[in-house]
Design a protein around this ligand. Structure first.
Ligand SMILES: NC(=O)c1ccc[n+]([C@@H]2O[C@H](COP(=O)([O-])OP(=O)(O)OC[C@H]3O[C@@H](n4cnc5c(N)ncnc54)[C@H](O)[C@@H]3O)[C@@H](O)[C@H]2O)c1
Length: 293
């Protein structure tokens, strides 16, 4: 067995039982749900569409937010709209030291991290190779830069954010959830070999992280899940050309884009309900995923 000693350090390698956590569970006769009130969320890409919707929800429910983003103007605008315990951090998710600084900010300002939402993400779409219609010869290719940039932000950035936050969650005895964001693109979308690869990776992260936490005896304290939205009405999607958007909507049975607030309602349920762990939860309005069925 493993346990914390009086100096808050490891005493052995397996199955620790941490006696006190900073977030109290709300206990009914049968149900045990986590409360958002006074819980701290670290959100990357927090000034953007889905990240901002999460920050707003979290504040409205009495939580604290540390919001990291690379865009200062967006951060300023977001901070102006939110009233409550919000810290904004200008940072680049691809930088190790920036991710450590983001996680440190949460501990310094609020003493804990209870929700990690590494939502910073980009798309740079292009076909792997594009042959010319007339000659049949390849005239354009996805550049290595296009591929690497998306991998850096959407995959390495998540790895760094989760690693730095998880370290501090364990060291500060915090209870909560790492909530990743995958996508229906994880199933493979033409023109997105870079993006789809990163989102497929987000499908396996919850399993690996949950297995590791289980092995180390933390899986009842810190859980990991992912949400996988379809097409959500944020700038990322609204900036597509109208023709592409109309085509997408013909495949969405609810006949519209998913709203960021609908995604966040799922994130909140994943946080509160401790039975939800280690998996990917889709939210796409019935998107046919190319099957035509
Ligand atoms: N919009 C959708 O339809 C959709 C669907 C499925 C999954 N997602 C995922 O949800 C997440 C959020 O998407 P969104 O639609 O809100 O996008 P968005 O473009 O509105 O917001 C993304 C935010 O990430 C920030 N960001 C970009 N690069 C960064 C970096 N290097 N460091 C720090 N911050 C950086 C941007 O400044 C922006 O504020 C992404 O991971 C995206 O892949 C979106």
């Amino acid at each position: 067995m493993q346990n914390w000693d009086s100096n808050n350090t490891w005493t052995s390698c397996y199955m620790p039982r941490v006696e006190s956590h900073k977030i109290e569970s709300v206990t009914g006769d049968q149900l045990k749900m986590l409360d958002i009130k006074n819980a701290t969320a670290v959100i990357t890409g927090g000034a953007g569409g889905i990240g901002f919707a999460l920050a707003k929800y979290w504040i409205e429910h009495g939580g604290h937010v540390v919001m990291g983003d690379i865009n200062q103007d967006l951060l300023d605008a977001a901070a102006e709209k939110l009233e409550g315990n919000v810290e904004t951090v200008l940072f680049d998710v691809t930088r190790e030291d920036d991710c450590a600084r983001l996680a440190d900010t949460a501990i310094e300002k609020f003493g804990q991290i209870n929700l990690v939402a590494p939502f910073a993400g980009i798309i740079i779409d292009s076909m792997l190779v594009s042959p010319d219609r007339e000659t049949g010869k390849v005239t354009r290719k996805m550049s290595t830069e296009q591929f690497r940039k998306v991998i850096d932000i959407n995959l390495t950035g998540v790895f760094l954010t989760v690693r730095e936050c998880l370290e501090r969650m364990i060291n500060n005895k915090c209870k909560g959830l790492i909530c990743l964001i995958s996508s229906t693109g994880s199933l493979g979308t033409a023109g997105q070999i870079n993006y789809s690869s990163t989102k497929a990776a987000m499908s396996v992260f919850p399993k690996v992280i949950t297995a590791e936490l289980f092995r180390r005896g933390f899986s009842d304290i810190i859980r990991c899940s992912a949400v996988a939205p379809g097409y959500v009405g944020t700038d990322m999607v609204k900036n597509m050309n109208q023709q592409a958007l109309d085509k997408i909507l013909t495949n969405v049975p609810i006949g519209r884009l998913v709203e960021p607030e609908e995604v966040i309602s799922l994130v909140a349920e994943l946080y509160k309900n401790e039975a939800l762990a280690g998996d990917v939860f889709f939210i796409h309005g019935g998107l046919r995923l190319g099957s035509g069925g």
